[in-house]
Design a protein. Structure first.
Length: 296
């Protein structure tokens, strides 16, 4: 199926959870002909009223468009849904959250069935979809040709960032950023726990914490990246590993004094001590990355 200049690319969307519904509304609002399918048909009814064509089966939905966007629960549901469809000549964009290995396997699976494949990692929540100023975007990896051909359509719901032809790279970028987010949340939880029983207003404390995290992240992320690239972990160090390890008992003693579990900090401090034992005290904390990577 081809489109003439100015004509909007038809899209088939499989899966109408909160994210799928938000994607659907963004494409409809932009004037794209949209065919939708959901295992529970009732979820499609509001979209039908907004102009979407509702397919009775996944196979019918796939047949309706060349560009197939999948936003289902997990990788297993993708295979189950697409198993009985004809993917010959189709462009499959898989927005299911999964592992890099699952993305690579799914890409090979799609290609064996005659389809081009693109994996996506959504860095947004549903309210950010279709709202450019919200800053949401999607990592894409896999077929560069597919991405370049459909970039304008894919950019309608959220920004696009192509990260490579390895199908697993979008999922890897997605999980890496979310892992950092959860690590940050762990530090925030510990900080609030320390003040929880004191006469300190958490609302007044919050901007201090937010500003501090932002300043430290801004300084350290780039420094860590440059050191990893160069292999030199001692250049530009402000607070070296030896000094930071020496200070860790204060954090543990403070937690104990405040009646706070150290379980969120203790593993990181243990890594710091391990690195000091095998590395240089003049290093930054970058060497901890190497301790986390298994050999072989």
């Amino acid at each position: 199926m081809t489109t003439t200049p100015g004509e909007k690319t038809p899209v088939t969307l499989l899966g109408l959870g909160a994210m799928g519904t938000a994607l659907a509304r963004a494409w409809l609002a932009a004037g794209h002909p949209l065919t939708v399918w959901n295992r529970t048909p009732a979820r499609a009814e509001p979209l039908a009223a907004e102009g979407a064509k509702v397919a009775g089966t996944a196979a019918e939905a796939v047949a309706a468009s060349s560009l197939i966007v999948v936003c289902l629960l997990d990788d297993a549901s993708v295979e189950e849904t697409l198993a009985g469809t004809d993917l010959t000549g189709k462009d499959v964009v898989d927005l299911v959250t999964g592992t890099p290995a699952e993305a690579r396997d799914r890409a090979a699976w799609a290609e064996e069935r005659g389809a081009r494949h693109l994996d996506g990692g959504i860095m947004a929540v549903p309210p950010m979809i279709g709202v450019p100023e919200a800053g949401g975007y999607v990592f894409y990896s896999g077929s560069r040709e597919l991405f370049e051909e459909h970039e304008a359509t894919l950019a309608v719901p959220a920004g696009t960032r192509y990260v490579g032809e390895d199908a697993g790279f979008a999922a890897l970028h997605d999980v890496a950023l979310l892992s950092a987010m959860y690590g940050m949340f762990a530090g925030v939880a510990h900080a609030f726990a320390l003040i929880r029983r004191e006469d300190i207003d958490p609302v007044a404390f919050a901007p201090l914490l937010g500003d501090w995290i932002g300043a430290m992240a801004g300084a350290s992320v780039g420094q860590t990246a440059r050191q990893l690239r160069s292999g030199d972990y001692t250049t530009g160090v402000v607070s070296n590993l030896a000094m930071q390890v020496a200070g860790t008992p204060t954090f543990m003693d403070t937690a104990a004094g405040q009646g706070v579990s150290p379980e969120l900090l203790a593993p990181y401090f243990a890594l710091m001590r391990r690195r000091l034992d095998v590395g240089s005290g003049e290093e930054d904390l970058t060497g901890l990355v190497d301790l986390l990577v298994h050999e072989g």
